[in-house]
Design a protein around this ligand. Structure first.
Ligand SMILES: NC(=O)C1=CN([C@@H]2O[C@H](COP(=O)(O)OP(=O)(O)OC[C@H]3O[C@@H](n4cnc5c(N)ncnc54)[C@H](O)[C@@H]3O)[C@@H](O)[C@H]2O)[C@@H](O)CC1
Ligand SMILES: Nc1ncnc2c1ncn2[C@@H]1O[C@H](COP(=O)(O)OP(=O)(O)O)[C@@H](O)[C@H]1O
Ligand SMILES: [K+]
Length: 505
């Protein structure tokens, strides 16, 4: 499923109409009928349904929904939240149809009273404004939305909660707080932005017949990565495989105060299926983590002040990929390791403290031909871009893409919705995972899984998406079973990888 801005959605619309000849009022009929079907799955005959219809095509969807529900025997009526003369075009056509089918339309001047007296059992369908919203809602919509948000009624938004912008980057708005949103044709970008996502409530995205080609012509490819994509792309193993077929990974990091991080990454890489994993770290760290990952091999690296020190004896050629920076600390003596690893001919993952070192000298990426993967959380992304965390959270798609393109790297911007971006700007969002992962060590586990995935027979992009999917799904399956979001530990997430494989493969 594609993730779009408002402008891209209008582009899909125009393309579909131009290239297939489908009419806008038919798309509206499809949208309204699909959503009505979903409402019927949720609501009983005994409940009344009040559709709030606005002036644009979103309101037009509302009239189709009300007509379909009434035809199926439901008690539905429309409160028109704009004056009659504002209803034009396809919305006017569907209003006319609705009224010809004996549909009731209450006018705007009754609006305040109707909403004030609304029984809490009444289901509200919000078809006031869709992706055509411009700026802050004006009255009467502003006051209707304020009123509505104080009620506890089940509220189902059509396409997008009214008032909410479809595009990231907007801070000032007032919007319907929906219980459910049924998006039409494609997922709107703000469904994955931290301060706007909660307005959608639970959501689903419905197909209304836009042709695939309409999505393929989009300049920015943004998709959601779900179990379908995971199952479709995850490489199968052959009966004759040997350990060399599943990658020899090197993990460099660890310091006296953070030995566990490296242990988590190493064990996660092993559990997710790497052929061989070597942890390159100080002798002290090896002593502390060796029993946690008995299948790993170790490479003792020199240290100074309990931190890794640059050394030119690492034989990179023996490995297929490197992950670097985990629990490494920020001592300047460790920094040259980044340049050294970047000059190896291997795919390179830079995580945690490695990103802080990288920021000191981004020229280490110059001319590197093999894939480089950065795995920042929003704080690290902000540090790399010299912005505030608030800026990054406001436009995560834009900033991840900008950095990926500017530096020719893959960016895995972590969070409740992790955004994976290729150097060409293609993006995917992983939605698996839960707040049980908001704990120290979760990111280290992800890095281990990423290392393994990029060494398997799949593209780097697919490998990154699958790694994020596995990591989040492990946490999801574990909190559905013996764990909760409170007690879940990063080390549990490693063991949960088995559950993911057994459930989905
Ligand atoms: N072919 C299509 O174009 C389809 C469109 N669909 C629906 O059409 C919607 C987009 O339709 P439109 O482009 O007509 O736009 P909308 O219906 O989203 O909104 C435009 C209307 O909202 C009013 N408005 C905008 N900003 C406002 C503000 N700040 N305060 C108060 N009123 C404001 C405008 O005056 C205008 O009348 C989608 O969200 C979707 O629900 C669906 O019917 C599917 C097919
Ligand atoms: N609320 C959440 N919902 C889903 N995933 C989350 C949530 N919070 C954190 N995560 C995931 O957990 C990981 C945390 O990584 P990071 O912040 O680097 O942690 P650490 O540095 O402690 O290892 C990321 O993969 C992130 O996507
Ligand atoms: K709406």
């Amino acid at each position: 499923m594609y993730i779009v801005t408002a402008e891209e959605m209008y582009g899909i619309d125009q393309f579909s109409m131009k290239h297939t000849g489908v009419e806008a009022s038919i798309l509206m009929e499809n949208a309204g009928r699909e959503i009505a079907q979903r409402i019927m799955d949720m609501v009983g005959f005994e409940q009344s349904i009040l559709v709030l219809a606005g002036s644009g095509n979103n309101g037009g969807d509302g009239f189709v929904i009300a007509r379909t529900l009434r035809n199926m025997g439901y008690q539905a009526s429309v409160l028109q939240v704009v004056d009659d003369e504002k209803i034009t075009g396809h919305a006017a056509y569907h209003k006319h149809l609705y009224q010809k089918c004996d549909g009731i339309v209450d006018p705007l001047d009754k609006g305040r009273e109707i909403i004030e007296r609304l029984d809490k059992e009444v289901v509200v369908v919000d078809a006031m404004v869709g992706i055509g919203v411009k700026g802050m809602l004006r009255d009467p919509l502003h006051s209707i939305v304020t009123q509505l948000n104080q009620l506890e009624n089940l509220t189902i938004s059509v396409d997008i909660p009214s008032g909410l912008p479809a595009d990231e980057g907007e801070a000032d708005f007032i919007a319907v707080q929906a219980s459910h949103t049924f998006m039409i044709g494609a997922i709107k970008q703000t469904a994955f932005v931290q301060h706007t996502a909660p307005y959608y409530g639970e959501w689903d995205c419905l197909d209304i017949g836009f042709p695939t080609r309409a999505f393929e012509q989009l300049e920015n490819e943004r998709k959601i990565w779900t179990e379908k994509e995971f199952q479709h792309t995850f490489p199968k193993r052959s009966a004759y495989d040997h350990k060399g077929d599943h990658g020899k990974g090197l993990i460099i990091g660890g310091s006296a105060n953070m030995p566990g991080a490296l242990g988590l990454t190493t064990r996660a890489a092993l559990r997710s299926g790497a052929g061989l994993v070597t942890a390159g770290t100080t002798d002290k760290v090896i002593q502390r983590i060796a029993t946690f990952c008995p299948e790993a091999t170790f490479l003792t690296l020199p240290e100074e002040n309990d931190h890794l020190q640059y050394n030119d004896e690492i034989e990179y050629a023996k490995f297929d990929a490197v992950a670097l920076g985990i629990g490494m600390g920020r001592e300047a003596t460790s920094r040259p390791i980044i340049r050294q690893a970047a000059s190896s001919k291997l795919p390179l993952i830079i995580d945690g403290d490695g990103l802080t070192h990288l920021k000191e000298d981004l020229t280490v990426l110059d001319g590197k031909e093999e894939p480089v993967i950065l795995t920042p959380h929003p704080g690290e992304m902000a540090m790399l871009l010299e912005l505030s965390i608030k800026d990054v959270l406001m436009r995560p798609f834009y900033y991840a893409k900008k950095f990926a393109e500017d530096y020719n790297v893959y960016v895995v911007l972590k969070g409740a919705f992790t955004i994976i971006t290729t150097p060409e700007g293609k993006q995917a969002v992983n939605v698996s995972g839960n707040a049980g992962l908001a704990k120290g060590g979760s990111g280290d586990v992800l890095t281990g899984i990423i290392l393994t995935m990029i060494m398997q027979k799949q593209s780097i992009f697919e490998g990154l998406c699958n790694a994020c999917f596995i990591h989040g799904k492990s946490a999801d399956l574990l909190v559905q079973g013996q764990h909760s979001e409170h007690d879940l530990l990063a080390s549990d997430v490693i063991e949960g990888v088995s559950l993911v494989y057994r459930t989905f493969l």
